[in-house]
Design a protein around this ligand. Structure first.
Ligand SMILES: [Zn+2]
Length: 281
């Protein structure tokens, strides 16, 4: 009797544990780690929320999720249609290059008001450009099919790295830096619509923002030439500008950044590894 009862309890236990490993509502593909992009597919007209944000869905039901630099190890995906469901997405945690520099003399430079005003104005320009909501499924499919490097050269800075001066962390580096001589052409890594084309911003110098749609955009910083205009549609591989050292840059390089809404994405996860020999694009 006791044995039978134990067997019964074990069977119930097995049922419960099977029940608790619920079928995921959506199968996600892509790179489930900090800085990565995930792709999903639902029935058209389904609502998707990720980590509390409404996610735009294409007319055929596909969607894109971006994972920020400091995303926690679990994020919640909610799908709302006839039967709402929820799933926890496990996010790979990365180790970023942190450089601690001690004993740096404190610089107590107070920028003049004029400069502060300029920085504030430019911040609004960039924010407004990124607030454009473009929904072009064709652009998104092109990103999904694969992106290309905007130019080739040695990688001198990576996503997520951070310097800590005298114990005070600076804001992390969100782009991938590619060193190249001034004037080297920069090409669109994927198609998009230009939402910002500024020849000389205080920090980032010649700057272009290319919107790939559904919250995803690329920014190109420190350009010596900006060869595109706001509203222009760009095909993959089109020359959009030239490498420079404009703004606050120590030498000529391209700083390529990507965002999914307010989350910073690692562009290097979306392109093949940088070829090491040939420098010509
Ligand atoms: Zn950089």
């Amino acid at each position: 009797m006791v044995l039978v009862r134990q067997g019964f309890i074990a069977a119930i236990g097995a049922l419960l544990s099977v029940g608790s490993v619920a079928e995921p509502c959506v199968t996600l593909t892509g790179d489930a780690r900090q800085g990565g992009l995930l792709w999903g597919q639902v029935d058209p007209a389904t609502e998707v929320r990720f980590h509390g944000r409404d996610v735009p869905v294409t007319p055929d039901g596909s969607f894109l999720l971006g994972i920020g630099r400091d995303a926690p190890s679990q994020l919640t995906l909610e799908v709302v249609k006839d039967s709402p469901c929820q799933q926890s997405v496990t996010i790979g945690q990365r180790d970023y290059k942190i450089q601690r520099i001690e004993g740096v003399p404190q610089r107590t430079v107070t920028p003049p008001q004029e400069q502060l005003d300029r920085i504030a104005r430019e911040r609004v320009l960039v924010r407004d450009a990124k607030a454009v909501r473009l929904e072009r499924p064709d652009l998104l499919s092109a990103v999904r099919a694969g992106m290309r490097w905007p130019l080739l050269g040695p990688i001198t800075g990576v996503y997520g790295s951070q310097r800590v001066y005298n114990g005070t962390p600076r804001s992390p580096h969100y782009g991938v830096d590619v060193a190249a001589p001034t004037g080297q052409p920069v090409r669109a890594p994927a198609p998009g619509i230009v939402t910002l084309a500024e020849p000389d911003l205080f920090y980032s110098g010649g700057t272009i923002i290319l919107d790939h749609g559904y919250g995803l955009s690329s920014s190109f910083l420190h350009l010596s030439q900006v060869s595109v205009a706001v509203g222009q549609e760009i095909a993959v591989g089109d020359v959009i500008g030239a490498v420079g050292a404009t703004g606050r840059a120590t030498g000529p390089h391209l700083d390529w950044r990507m965002s999914w809404f307010d989350q910073r994405i690692d562009p290097q996860l979306l392109v093949p590894s940088m070829p090491s020999i040939d420098k010509s694009p």
